[in-house]
Design a protein around this ligand. Structure first.
Ligand SMILES: NC(=O)c1ccc[n+]([C@@H]2O[C@H](COP(=O)([O-])OP(=O)(O)OC[C@H]3O[C@@H](n4cnc5c(N)ncnc54)[C@H](OP(=O)(O)O)[C@@H]3O)[C@@H](O)[C@H]2O)c1
Ligand code: SF4
Ligand code: SF4
Length: 354
């Protein structure tokens, strides 16, 4: 298994990491089996969170009798210092360790949220206190908006940053990864299969890569692994078959020419029924910070993945108030590499999702 240094933590992490997000689904027994197989095949980094079902307990069980270091990153979604301190204690108990390798702020997607977690009495203070008392080695942050995470890591408080990166969502490569690299911060890339929209069964769609057909999942993982700035590509796996298909991709250096990358992105957009590649350059320039990618994704989920109810509820709660602020100023179109008519697409999405 190839390894890369996780920034200033100095840990040599496997280029494929094990994501426990889906562990809210499989049984404990399946979970332990999948994790053990991954470790056997060379994975030495696991990503979890307090909110991922009983994944911390599953990890504790899978790591029993493993004779070498496996780095476990966990997270807390909570905001106040007291809540975070309790969350750290619970993670220590569930993982059955005396010290956490990495505690991350979970899902920091809005500036207000970041400000609150950095404020006195907030999450950061509790994490630093835990580090001072020897309960935590390193502190990280995770979220879905590269511009918010870039602001966070400029504070110098974080050792690791965790964010999505895939064929349909590669904005972090422009606005976050170069800065993280410069600051020597480890990068964990999550959702390499776009949280399943690229996890298409092999028989349905095949991508062509280096003259041979590959599954969409394989092409998507190769794409993420080819990005040298990323320390570890954290893929969610729920069974041994997925582990055996994915982990060996980390044994060889992956490299893709710019032309191959562009072609894969185009194929992925077709497979996922969207013309937006999630580069997030539109959000950077929008005066109202409208999360445009999120709106487009909600529309795809509703139209093509049978998740109409879920997408409409999420749209109503978070995105609709933002979309209603759009003044059609067209600044985003100038920044969009595909010159998409974003305000018109937002209006269409609003009608469909409302
Ligand atoms: N910090 C955050 O806010 C945050 C948010 C989301 C995720 N994460 C982390 O990032 C990890 C990865 O993200 P994710 O799990 O949401 O998305 P993902 O890695 O993009 O997709 C994972 C899903 O793809 C399917 N899959 C895996 N290998 C496959 C293969 N070879 N062929 C076909 N399908 C395959 C599995 O689905 P089935 O087994 O169901 O078929 C799996 O649940 C999570 O597990 C979690 O640790 C963090
Ligand atoms: S057109 Fe709408 S989405 Fe685009 S930058 Fe202007 S306000 Fe933002
Ligand atoms: S709309 Fe354009 S700029 Fe915005 S994420 Fe999609 S491709 Fe990038």
């Amino acid at each position: 298994m190839l390894k890369r240094r996780l920034g200033r933590t100095d840990f040599e992490a496997s280029v494929i990491g094990f994501g426990c997000g889906p562990y809210v689904r499989p049984t404990r027994e399946e979970g332990v089996k999948a994790l053990r197989r991954a470790i056997q095949l060379g994975v030495n980094l696991i990503d979890t969170a307090r909110s991922y079902g009983d994944s911390e307990a599953i990890i504790a069980e899978a790591l029993k009798d493993v004779g070498h270091k496996v780095f476990v990153a966990t997270k807390s979604r909570l905001g106040t210092g007291e809540e975070v301190a309790r969350s750290i204690e619970e993670s220590l108990r569930q993982l059955q360790v005396s010290k956490l390798d990495l505690i991350q702020m979970h899902g920091v997607d809005r500036e207000e949220d970041l400000t609150a977690r950095l404020a006195p009495g907030g999450a950061l203070e509790a994490m630093k206190r835990a580090r001072e008392s020897g309960k935590v080695d390193f502190i990280g942050i995770s979220g879905h908006r590269p511009e918010v995470l870039a602001k966070a890591i400029k504070t110098g408080e974080f050792d690791v940053v965790t964010t999505p990166y895939n064929l349909l969502n590669c904005g972090a490569d422009y606005s976050l990864f170069p800065l993280a690299e410069e600051l020597d911060i480890g990068i964990l890339a999550i959702k390499p299969l776009d949280a399943r929209s690229l996890a298409v069964p092999r028989e349905m769609i095949e991508f062509e890569l280096n003259g041979r057909a590959t599954s969409v999942a394989e092409a998507a993982l190769r794409f993420a692994l080819a990005n040298r700035r990323i320390t570890s590509v954290v893929v969610g796996m729920t069974n041994v078959a997925e582990v055996e298909a994915n982990v060996p991709l980390g044994y060889e250096v992956q490299s893709l020419s710019p032309e191959q990358q562009a072609r894969l992105k185009e194929q992925a957009r077709m497979a996922a029924h969207t013309s937006c590649d999630g580069c997030a350059r539109c959000a950077e320039i929008c005066p109202y910070s409208i999360d445009i990618v999120r709106v487009f994704k909600q529309q795809v989920l509703a139209r093509h993945y049978g998740m109409k109810e879920y997408a409409r509820a999420a749209y109503k709660e978070v995105s609709r108030p933002q979309v209603q602020m759009c003044t059609s100023c067209q600044l985003c179109i100038e920044n969009c590499p595909s010159q998409l008519d974003i305000p018109a697409l937002l209006r269409k999405a609003d009608i469909f999702l409302s």
